[in-house]
Design a protein around this ligand. Structure first.
Ligand SMILES: [Zn+2]
Length: 96
């Protein structure tokens, strides 16, 4: 095919989030963090002992608290793919 005009390269996905410790039972330090897909991984939490919900979480590099920032499906497909490949995601999968 012939390129008439080059489009813009898609910007790499990033998200600004605050370390709150949400979902981990820990208090976050409140640091503002710029996250890339590589920082995210899957976590699984059982809400009523039976239903397991999949969350997307990150660990703060400063205080090591874990914060949930969404659920599976909240992120673009290519971002979720990176999340699923994250070593931490795989460790969590094994616990199921
Ligand atoms: Zn923190």
């Amino acid at each position: 095919m012939k390129v008439i005009m080059k489009g813009k390269k898609p910007k790499a996905w990033t998200a600004k989030r605050t370390c709150t410790g949400k979902g981990s039972g820990r208090k976050g330090c409140g640091a503002k963090l710029l996250l890339s897909p590589e920082d995210l991984y899957n976590t699984f939490k059982s809400t009523d002992g039976e239903t397991t919900t999949q969350f997307i979480s990150f660990t703060c590099s400063l205080c090591k608290a874990e914060t949930d920032i969404g659920v599976n499906g909240d992120f673009p497909y290519d971002v979720q793919e990176v999340i699923n490949k994250n070593r931490k995601s795989k460790e969590n999968f094994k616990q199921l």
